[in-house]
Ligand binder design. Structure first.
Ligand SMILES: Nc1ncnc2c1ncn2[C@@H]1O[C@H](COP(=O)(O)OP(=O)(O)O)[C@@H](O)[C@H]1O
Ligand SMILES: Cc1cn([C@H]2C[C@H](O)[C@@H](COP(=O)(O)O)O2)c(=O)[nH]c1=O
Ligand SMILES: [Zn+2]
Length: 282
């Protein structure tokens, strides 16, 4: 049985906070128009798809509309869409994804959001932006488990699937193909195009050929305030995947990426030579 609207409301906790004006500062290189409706998750119709799962986990929801559910489902085109949002950390990718999902939900489409379970920074039941906006989500190890996790019926009802932290999903390409080409879903993907060394990250760039739209967002360089295209890692760790926020990473412009890398490399070699000297002291 579906929960009542009032019980459904309590499943989304806490509600969306309003869009930060910082988001408005981020500028896409390739602009495409966003729906004009503002965030309003105050009255979502929450479809509780798996009663065995503890609330508030099963986040597939739609705002009530005049259409019946069947009509809503039928209105999705037989061929779906893929939209890709990339950029460095702090560029507003998650904010943009949540905004798109909210707009789709406001227009009566049934939506669900997935993030990688590798990112445990804010718990596993929500997607949270760097300035605190949040939305319930499915935290998964891989995308291929999604259909089975929400159940076939719930999957069939879905119109829109949001994916955050897409760089962590190895099966991103296959999932997007299947969901958009065969299942008629609109898939909105947000992720890092590059890692801290500006190498292609995960499979995010691989899905560009599948995309209807691609939007690269910029942040603000922490050192000079210009457009930040890259993410600088402030620590010594070298593994590609390292979960963290402003404690580990900062957004930088091209000039400060290059000089920042030089500073980090110099500091590293100084420390290493000091370690060696220390070892020879004993
Ligand atoms: N250097 C920074 N450190 C912490 N927060 C930042 C920094 N720069 C921007 N922000 C905040 O992060 C928000 C974007 O967050 P989010 O949408 O989670 O970005 P992304 O998903 O691209 O990492 C901005 O609107 C701003 O409030
Ligand atoms: C650059 C870079 C980032 N990561 C991690 C750090 C964060 O946990 C996520 C990115 O989150 P956001 O929503 O884009 O802010 O990715 C990493 O593992 N390796 C990197 O090189
Ligand atoms: Zn700069």
């Amino acid at each position: 049985m579906l929960p009542t609207i009032s019980s459904m409301k309590s499943l989304i906790s806490p509600p969306f906070s309003p869009i930060s004006h910082h988001f408005l500062k981020t500028k896409p290189f390739a602009f495409f128009s966003l729906p004009s409706k503002r965030f309003n998750l105050s009255n979502p119709k929450f479809l509780h798809t798996n009663p065995s799962m503890p609330s508030p986990t099963p986040p597939i929801f739609s705002i009530p509309s005049r259409q019946s559910h069947t009509e809503t489902t039928q209105s999705s085109s037989p061929c779906g869409e893929v939209h890709v949002i990339v950029g460095p950390m702090f560029a507003g990718k998650t904010t943009s994804l949540l905004r798109r999902i909210q707009a789709e939900s406001n227009s009566g489409r049934t939506v669900a959001v997935i993030k990688s379970n590798k990112d445990t920074r804010y718990g596993l039941d929500s997607i949270v932006t760097h300035d605190g906006m949040k939305l319930p989500c499915w935290a998964l190890e891989n995308l291929s488990s999604f259909r089975q996790k929400i159940g076939k019926d719930a999957y069939d009802q879905l119109d829109v699937i949001g994916i955050d932290e897409a760089q962590f999903f190895e099966d991103l390409y296959d999932f997007c193909c299947e969901a958009a080409d065969h299942d008629g879903k609109t898939v909105i993907v947000a992720g890092l195009d590059g890692d801290y060394l500006r190498r292609s990250f995960g499979s995010v760039l691989d899905i560009i050929p599948l995309a209807n739209t691609v939007m690269k967002l910029t942040a603000r360089c922490e050192l000079c305030g210009k457009k930040a295209l890259f993410t600088l890692r402030k620590t010594d760790e070298k593994q590609t995947e390292l979960i963290g926020g402003a404690d580990v990473y900062m957004p930088v412009c091209r000039q400060h990426y290059v000089s920042g890398q030089v500073v980090i490399e110099t500091a590293r070699s100084v420390l290493e030579s000091q370690k060696l000297q220390c070892g020879s002291c004993t």
